[in-house]
Ligand binder design. Structure first.
Ligand code: HEC
Ligand code: HEC
Ligand code: HEC
Length: 480
């Protein structure tokens, strides 16, 4: 069944492959904005671009009707309808209301939970908010009543508690000194519009950003958002600015990185639409932030240990590729449960015998990817267990293997992939490692996060009390 699937997608994609090859040498142009707004004024178009850079669609949906559940340790928080519907959307909002929502987390009648990244948006400029407001007023209104409701358990249902939280955690970042104009633009895109830190910065005990470890990587449900500071061993210090731009535009970087999880969505909804100069500004800023060295080292690629690509004629010819795979399967030693046999049986139809996949079909080459070179194997195990969604609509999806393979088989394949394509000297993952990842709660450090929220609550309550005491003191002074 898989080869057939492969053939069909090859056929469909093959038609565009010549163009793809021509493109491969330079960074493709920014994708043009799909127009969901009928208006076409400069202001509205600028707003549409801001919405992309700020990735409002990631949570509010392609047509801004909302209803996506954002999982938190306290329960699901649903994104809301932000179309201009007067009854169910933000049709009655003034520009000031939008500004309060984005910068202070304050909707006209309630406080917004920080599942909406207002701690990052708090730095947005007035001009950008004006443009965004003009744009959001022109998208089609959605007038259906929501069939979902956010109801968190006591005490989190008291939305006003967010006032206390906001004192501690908004804004989520500070602007750095001594940046060039380009880097300042990059800082604005990374910290405020792009809210990159919501995934890439670990949280402190109050669930705010751990500012000392800014952008140094964080657990994200089943995924891991890597360290993107310029540290050489654990971050992206070895990437050039051009590399960063290529990755943000296309979701991949040959032999180095592939966006297959949450980052694939960021690329698909947001960064591939950004102008060259804006991606360049992001790259330049990411080079200027302090390097943070974390424990989860990403081992440098040892090129001498990587397999060499088979010759061009096999790589680009589907039938030759198929014969090559059959031959490799016939030559494999160690029985059908050996790591190599498992890889060839389950993975090679897409990723190729040598891991270079089939560039023609835009299947993901996996040689040298950072996700398979890091000491922490969870990201790799997760991909094999749950599969991966593509950053572009043309790539076929990788299925998850949780049902099909045993934990031991998955561990064997992971070891094979890490050593053969990641150039690690050795890898000894066991079925227990795989089970740990499979049984982990979607929000992995569940207890830690939960404890974090409890601590936050204590602090929030303390702040609310202090607030009332101070107010009482001020009032009593006034009265005297
Ligand atoms: C990471 C997810 C996420 C992103 C990105 C996001 N939002 Fe939200 N937004 C939410 C959630 C969740 C809520 C509801 C929170 C609640 O119930 O308190 C929300 C609520 C809102 C509200 C309040 C609506 C109301 O009156 O109840 C507005 C306005 C809003 N978002 C606008 C935006 C805009 C504009 C953008 C892009 C600049 C954006 N959001 C990006 C998740 C997101
Ligand atoms: C929704 C969460 C999320 C947001 C927002 C996000 N990222 Fe990511 N990012 C990830 C995850 C998870 C990965 C790991 C790759 C994957 O998802 O396939 C990643 C990978 C990356 C990588 C590759 C690092 C490596 O070593 O392979 C870079 C660079 C990166 N992100 C930059 C950014 C920038 C810049 C922004 C803001 C414009 C951003 N990210 C916003 C979750 C996120
Ligand atoms: C049906 C085709 C298919 C099969 C079979 C398949 N993959 Fe994938 N795999 C993909 C695609 C496509 C991607 C890239 C995801 C994307 O488009 O973003 C990918 C991505 C990956 C990545 C990179 C993830 C990241 O974000 O760094 C790894 C590692 C990987 N696959 C390993 C495997 C292993 C191991 C197997 C066998 C157990 C396997 N794949 C089977 C299609 C496949």
């Amino acid at each position: 069944m898989k080869p057939l699937y492969l053939m069909l997608s090859m056929f469909a994609i093959g038609l565009t492959s010549t163009a793809a090859l021509a493109e491969a040498t330079s960074i493709p142009d920014a994708a043009s904005l799909p127009n969901i707004s009928p208006a076409n004024s400069d202001l509205v178009n600028r707003g549409a671009y801001i919405a992309r850079a700020a990735d409002c669609m990631a949570c509010h949906g392609d047509d801004y009707v909302g209803g996506n559940a954002i999982e938190t340790p306290m329960g699901d928080i649903y994104s809301t309808n932000i179309t201009p519907s007067k009854q169910y959307g933000i049709g009655k909002y003034t520009e000031k209301d939008l500004k309060n929502a984005l910068k202070k987390g304050r909707a006209p009648n309630h406080m917004i939970y920080p599942a909406m990244p207002y701690p990052s948006y708090s730095g947005m400029t007035d001009e950008d908010i004006s443009a965004l407001f003009a744009y959001l007023q022109t998208v089609p209104a959605y007038d259906e009543a929501p069939d979902y409701k956010t109801s968190l358990p006591f005490p989190f249902n008291f939305r006003f508690l967010m006032l206390g939280w906001n004192v501690l955690n908004v804004p989520s970042t500070e602007n750095r000194e001594g940046l060039s104009a380009t880097q300042e633009r990059g800082e604005y895109l990374v910290n405020n519009l792009g809210h990159c830190g919501t995934c890439h910065t670990p949280r402190n005990s109050t669930m705010g950003f751990d500012k000392d470890n800014y952008l140094s990587g964080a657990e994200l449900g089943n995924w891991y958002a890597p360290n993107i500071t310029p540290d050489e061993s654990s971050g992206i210090g070895s990437w050039s600015e051009q590399d960063i731009v290529t990755y943000l535009r296309t979701g991949q970087l040959d032999q180095r990185a592939y966006a297959g999880g949450p980052m694939a969505e960021v690329v698909a909804h947001s960064t591939r639409y950004l102008k060259d100069e804006d991606l360049g500004a992001i790259a330049s800023y990411l080079k200027a932030v302090p390097a943070v060295q974390t424990e989860d080292k990403v081992r440098p690629v040892d090129a001498s240990r990587l397999p060499s690509p088979i010759n061009e004629s096999i790589t680009h010819d589907l039938l030759a590729q198929d014969d090559y795979l059959t031959q490799a399967k016939a030559e494999v030693t160690g029985g059908s449960n050996s790591p190599e046999a498992l890889y060839l049986a389950e993975c090679a139809s897409c990723h190729g015998v040598n891991g270079y996949a089939q560039p023609d079909a835009r299947y993901a080459p996996i040689v040298g990817l950072s996700s398979i070179r890091s000491d922490n194997p969870d990201a790799l195990i997760n991909v094999i267990v749950h599969g991966a969604e593509g950053a572009s609509d043309t790539t076929p999806k990788m299925p998850g293997f949780e049902e099909e393979l045993s934990s031991e088989q998955i561990a064997n394949i992971a070891n094979y992939v890490r050593v053969k394509f990641g150039s690690l000297p050795s890898s000894d993952l066991t079925a227990a490692d795989v089970d740990r990842v499979i049984t982990a709660e979607p929000e992995q450090p569940f207890l830690i996060k939960y404890a974090g929220w409890l601590a936050a609550l204590g602090i929030i309550v303390a702040i609310v009390i202090i607030f009332f005491i101070i107010r009482a003191i001020i009032r009593s002074r006034r009265n005297h």
